[in-house]
Design a protein around this ligand. Structure first.
Ligand code: SAH
Length: 601
């Protein structure tokens, strides 16, 4: 049996009683050596075999687990804090499921709780913030997007990136004065707390010499004296006392990239016929709603699908999606179509989520009139979010979309600075300047409202539209751990000055097609992995560094540079091969020629 156990944040008496007792009976312990306090190992019985997972690959960890299980031994897999937070337990559990090895999971005190305790803070202060965002820098969801609401925030795994954290926070709802704290090794003997504010985060963290094993806490909860809690207010009835329970919001919302699925739902035979026809035309799946089943269907479709189409009364759709709506950057497109197919009404995520486009496609498919209500479309004004989507770009800080749209709707000019030349048919209200011209200062020096660039240092105050132009070419020794590859790619992107969202794919040679570390890295960056044969790579035109060692091993003199350039469709090598830790990495930029398509409603 395998027991995943949360070791707690560091102090040896902050492991749970259950965790300690499992540890006391373990035959084998695998502990995350980089973060778990080794003193906890004294709880393990004498003769227990101990492995430090920070020196092991996932495969080696699973091998140890499998071997011990076959010998009828109990294994404790000790993770820092609580295993459910950045513990990488899911991948282990999946392998164990495949092998039919049973396991259980004992929670622990997360460092997030310990850090709050260390500074005597409550994340959820009435009247200040009722939400806590748990995140890390360079996750798939950009921090500013999350920060847009000014919630309390606990940022993991990012103490080495304080400059970037500070810049991202300032793009969101936080300002320089927003209180912040860096809590280093909460509950360890050498715990250290730096209280600061967002504007001085990097400077103060650097002065304290903190680079790892720290949490960054941000938000007004760190300073404010909030209102008293209504929970203990005698005039307020909770659900437990029989009054209305404010519990409408579903929490299972997935911020992960959605599939391209369109989920359609209908409520009558006539509606079902239309739903099936649309599903066939648009590529989607039509469901006939069972009585009482709509809430469940909506909650699943909202989390997983790119678009939801309700074939029936608009009121049904509005009520069903209401509990799930978060913001336009992450919500799926939602459309209501009447069962006779006369009208297609985008209800949410018209631009970024593509609901307006989908309504137009439904118009084409069944003749329903698309009722477009977004202001920019109604007035024929440039819709920057829709344009970005059609150019295959990611909007890094979607909370600024409304600022750009408001300017245009008020008849003001917006300045777009682009790393790429744009055709002359610029939409009304937009002034486009190339970055090169800006740098040569041949144009007046206004700061841009929109920046179209894959680079990371675009400066604050502009809407950042990131073209997905970057291709990483990679080679590595068999069995290179995923975390090494991920860190390496992240560091290289940073050093090369690129926004990680610009990465569109990872490429390599075909013998690496099943390399677990590279596959895991692609999953982490949410990009596809493409491989080429040695012959294809050898034929790639260009000048590349050459290694006879690599040629002897795989039949072509260079893998990373050649595969990056080949995968970029004739792009340019922008970061030549860099080798280290058994990994070689190169970056290429694919050609990108933006135009103004889809910019007008
Ligand atoms: N599962 C763990 C988190 C693992 S990720 C938990 O629940 O706490 C590792 C990150 O957690 C570190 O980079 C750091 O940001 C944070 N962390 C872990 N232990 C910590 C501690 N004692 N004090 C502050 N941060 C800690």
């Amino acid at each position: 049996m395998i027991h995943f156990v949360g070791a707690g944040p560091g102090a040896t008496d902050l492991i749970t009683l259950r965790g300690a007792s499992l540890l006391g009976e373990a035959d084998v312990v695998i502990f995350a050596g980089s973060l778990v306090n080794p003193e906890l190992l004294s709880l393990a019985p004498e003769g227990c075999t101990v492995h430090d997972s920070s020196r092991m690959t996932l495969e080696q960890v699973i091998d140890v687990m499998a071997e011990a299980t076959h010998a009828n031994k109990d294994v404790v897999r000790l993770h820092t804090g609580d295993p459910s937070l950045y513990g990488a337990i899911h991948e282990q559990m999946m392998r164990l499921d495949e092998l039919g090895i049973p396991y259980d999971d004992t929670p622990g005190v997360s460092s997030m709780c310990a850090a709050a305790a260390s500074i005597g803070a409550e994340y959820t202060l009435p009247g200040v913030s009722q939400s806590l965002i748990v995140t890390r820098l360079a996750g798939r969801t950009p921090v500013p997007e999350l920060a847009a609401h000014g919630s309390s925030m606990a940022i993991f795994l990012s103490a080495g990136l304080l400059n970037e954290v500070q810049a991202e926070l300032l793009c969101g709802a936080y300002d320089e004065e927003t209180p912040a704290a860096i809590v280093y090794k909460a509950t360890w003997p050498d715990e250290h707390v730096v209280r600061t504010c967002v504007g001085r985060l990097a400077e103060d963290g650097e002065r304290a010499g903190i680079r790892a094993t720290a949490l960054i806490l941000v938000g007004d909860f760190l300073k404010a004296k909030g209102e008293r809690s209504r929970l203990y207010d005698p005039t307020f009835s909770t659900g437990f006392r029989g009054a209305t329970h404010a519990n409408g919001r579903a929490t299972g919302f997935s911020s992960q990239r959605r599939s391209n699925d369109i989920a359609l739902v209908s409520f009558s035979d006539m509606g079902q016929e239309l739903a099936e026809r649309l599903a066939a035309d648009l590529g989607g799946q039509a469901w006939r709603c069972e009585p009482g089943g709509l809430a469940q269907w909506t909650s699943e479709a909202f989390a997983k699908s790119a678009a939801l189409v309700f074939v029936g009364a608009t009121g049904i759709a509005v009520r069903a999606i209401a509990p799930h709506l978060r913001d336009k950057a992450t919500d799926p497109a939602v459309i209501s179509v009447d069962e006779q197919g006369r009208f297609a009404i985008p209800l949410a995520s018209g631009h970024l989520g593509g609901a307006n486009d989908l309504a137009r496609r439904i118009e084409e498919a069944c003749g329903a009139h698309a009722i477009i209500t977004t202001a920019t479309d109604g007035r024929g004004v440039f819709a920057v979010d829709e344009w970005a989507r059609h150019q295959g770009c990611v909007v890094a800080n979607p909370e600024r979309i409304k600022i750009v749209s408001a300017k245009l709707l008020a008849g003001k000019v917006v300045r777009l600075q682009s790393d790429y030349p744009l055709p002359d048919d610029t939409p009304a209200g937009v002034v486009a300047i190339t970055t090169e011209a800006c740098q040569q200062r041949c144009v007046s020096h206004h700061s841009p409202d929109i920046v179209l660039s894959p680079r990371s240092n675009i400066g604050a105050g502009a809407l950042h539209v990131v073209p997905r132009v970057l291709v990483a070419g990679v080679g590595c020794k068999r069995g290179t751990p995923a975390n090494l590859l991920v860190e390496r790619l992240r560091t290289t992107l940073r050093q090369a000055g690129y926004d990680a969202r610009a990465l569109s794919r990872v490429c390599s040679i075909d013998v690496k097609a099943d390399e677990p570390g590279i596959l895991a890295m692609c999953a982490e960056f949410d990009v596809p992995f493409e491989t080429f044969s040695a012959e294809e790579l050898a034929k790639t035109p260009g000048s590349f560094s050459s290694s006879s060692f690599v040629r002897d091993a795989v039949g072509v003199d260079n893998v990373c540079e050649r595969s990056a350039v080949l995968g970029s469709g004739g792009g340019t090598l922008v970061w030549p091969k860099e080798a280290g830790d058994g990994i070689t990495l190169a970056l290429a930029e694919r050609p990108f020629a933006p135009d103004w398509r889809w910019s007008r409603g």
